[in-house]
Structures are given as structure tokens and as C-alpha cells.
Design a protein around this ligand. Structure first.
Ligand SMILES: NC(=O)c1ccc[n+]([C@@H]2O[C@H](COP(=O)([O-])OP(=O)(O)OC[C@H]3O[C@@H](n4cnc5c(N)ncnc54)[C@H](OP(=O)(O)O)[C@@H]3O)[C@@H](O)[C@H]2O)c1
Length: 280
């Protein structure tokens, strides 16, 4: 079983939520962590908390959708630590809105962040793992990667794409000793909803004939809060995936995530449609 001690793990989206909790947890277990996200102050504060001597942590601000930033993250990681052992592809956000109305540019940006940039960063990290014949990639997907809902299908389709990408990558890298897993969080209390609202409010404000359904959609999230998980629930799974010789293709948490995935497997498609239908 690979130990985390001394391993260099690059984490995207480390300025809040799941990425931040993952960084803390992995660092506690002895990993050297590279923190990336756009908000520099948040990263610097977390880096200082994790290791005030700056020996085992590196905070690199940048936007994952910018090619030069992704390259700088990898180059500076190698310059400081000389190696990369793992990549936690966690940065992401959700664009919502009726398919009829959501601007295609907003769709593109959501795919650019959650899928294309994740893929491009993975391409930069992979040669270092593959050539050493060791290493691990953990993608943060979502239950939404298996269950798409009305008014959420843009975000949900980015996570569906990540499911396929993960499976292909896992098979491609197996002969080279590089492990790949995907984690499907359910609803976790983070800044995700705030970020989704910031991206989606301008769309939702112009929802026209779909407007009567928005409150039902938001109510669904309010109900989910009652069973929501903590970022640590997911950080724990990241640790399990990184430290397993043969990690599972998928992990999910908390309990309601497993339950929804079970329902998806169990229920006929039409019944699932009824469960996820628009409500006023
Ligand atoms: N919370 C949930 O219920 C839930 C459920 C299923 C899946 N997930 C997935 O979990 C992952 C983490 O989300 P979270 O819940 O922890 O939400 P969060 O608190 O909003 O964290 C998202 C992270 O992504 C970073 N990020 C977003 N856009 C970026 C960009 N263009 N460049 C660089 N970094 C960027 C943010 O940092 P900056 O803003 O500082 O750049 C932040 O650190 C996401 O992939 C999300 O889809 C979350």
C-alpha cells in the first residue's frame, strides 16, 4: 500500500471546500501538497497553516482554464519538489439553467473548467507518472455524473463526461502502473452553491417560461442540506484512493449519495424521471 509520506500531490481547487479539506488531510498524513486555485490569499493562508516553514507545501495561484497557469503549476512543482506522485482533479463549478436559455458561452466555460482544463492538466502531469511507472489520479466527479436533472443538465453533463474520461484513462494507464479513480460526492456543504448561484443567477433571472419551476429546484437543494455531508467525507475517500494499490474505479459519499446511486440502478428510467421532475 503506497504511503503518503513524502509524496507530492497536486490539488486543484484547494482554496475552499473539498480541495481545502483534502489538502489539510493529505498534509496531516505526511504528503507534500501543491495548492492551486485562483484566490491567492486563501491559498497562502492555507499553506501557512499547513506548514509555516513552507518546506512541504507550495501555493500556486492561477486559473485552470489558462494554459500558461497550468504549465506554471507543473513546472514550479517539479522545480520545488523534483517529482509529482498524484493529481487530485477537484476544481469545478456548476452552471445551471434551462437548456433552451443558457448561453452557449456559459456552457463552454463550464466544460472548459470541469472537463477540458482538467484533461489538459492531466496531460501535463501524466508523463511524469507514466515514466516512473507509479502514481495516482483522482477525479472529483459527482452523483450528477450519473443522474442528470432538469435545470442542472449543463453541470451534470460535465460530470457525465468526466465519468467516461476516467474510465478510458484508467484502462490506458493500467499497463503503466498509474492508478485512476473517480469520486462521486453527494451534496457537501462547501462554497459550491454560492459559486453556482454566481454563475447561474443571470441565467435564472431570465428563465421566462421556466421561472415557475425555479423555486421548486432551489427547494430541492434546501432539502438536501438536511442530509449534506462534510468536505472531510470526500477528503477521506481521496486518501483511500491515493493509498490503495488497486483503488476502486468509483467511490461515493456521504450515505445519501450511495442511496441515490442505488436508486438510479434500481428504478426504471421513467420512475427516475418522475423523481427528478420539475416541480412548481
Ligand atoms: N459540494 C457539493 O455538493 C459537490 C457535489 C458533487 C461534486 N462536487 C464537486 O467537487 C469539486 C469541488 O467543489 P466544492 O464543493 O469544494 O466547491 P467550492 O467550495 O466552490 O470549491 C471549488 C474550487 O474550485 C476552484 N475553481 C473553480 N474555478 C476555477 C478556475 N477557473 N481555476 C482554478 N480554480 C477554480 C475554486 O477556487 P477559486 O475560486 O479560488 O479559483 C475552489 O477552490 C467540484 O468539482 C464540484 O463539482 C461538489
Amino acid at each position: 500500500m503506497p504511503l503518503l509520506t513524502g509524496q507530492v500531490i497536486l490539488i486543484t481547487g484547494a482554496s475552499s471546500g473539498i480541495g481545502e479539506a483534502t489538502a489539510r488531510r493529505l498534509a496531516r498524513k505526511g504528503a507534500r501538497v501543491v495548492l492551486t486555485a485562483r484566490r491567492q490569499k486563501r491559498l497562502d493562508a492555507l499553506a501557512h497553516e499547513i506548514d509555516p516553514t513552507d518546506t512541504n507545501v507550495l501555493a500556486l495561484a492561477g486559473d485552470i482554464t489558462i494554459d500558461a497557469d497550468r504549465r506554471r503549476w507543473v513546472d514550479e512543482t517539479l522545480a520545488k519538489f523534483g517529482r509529482i506522485d498524484g493529481l487530485v482533479n477537484n476544481a469545478g463549478y456548476g452552471t445551471r439553467g434551462p437548456v433552451e436559455i443558457v448561453p452557449v458561452d456559459a456552457v463552454r466555460l463550464n466544460f472548459e473548467t470541469n472537463v477540458f482544463s482538467l484533461l489538459a492538466l492531466t496531460q501535463l502531469v501524466l508523463p511524469h507518472l507514466r515514466e516512473r511507472g507509479d502514481g495516482c489520479i483522482v477525479n472529483i466527479g459527482s452523483v450528477a455524473g450519473k443522474i442528470a436533472r432538469p435545470l442542472s443538465s449543463i453541470y451534470d453533463s460535465t460530470k457525465h463526461a468526466l465519468e467516461a474520461l476516467t474510465d478510458g484513462l484508467r484502462g490506458e494507464l493500467k499497463p503503466f502502473g498509474v492508478r485512476v479513480s473517480l469520486i462521486r460526492p453527494g451534496f457537501i456543504i462547501t462554497e459550491f452553491v454560492e459559486a453556482a448561484n454566481a454563475a447561474s443567477d443571470p441565467i435564472m433571472e431570465n428563465a421566462g417560461p421556466y421561472a415557475p419551476y425555479l423555486s421548486g429546484f432551489r427547494l430541492g437543494y434546501d432539502k438536501l442540506r438536511l442530509v449534506a455531508g462534510h468536505p472531510n467525507d470526500i477528503a477521506r475517500l481521496v486518501e483511500i484512493a491515493l493509498t490503495s494499490d488497486n483503488p476502486a474505479p468509483r467511490y461515493s459519499a456521504p450515505f445519501h449519495a450511495k442511496f441515490f446511486l442505488f436508486l438510479r440502478w434500481l428504478l426504471p428510467k421513467r420512475m427516475l424521471e418522475w423523481v427528478t421532475r420539475l416541480k412548481t
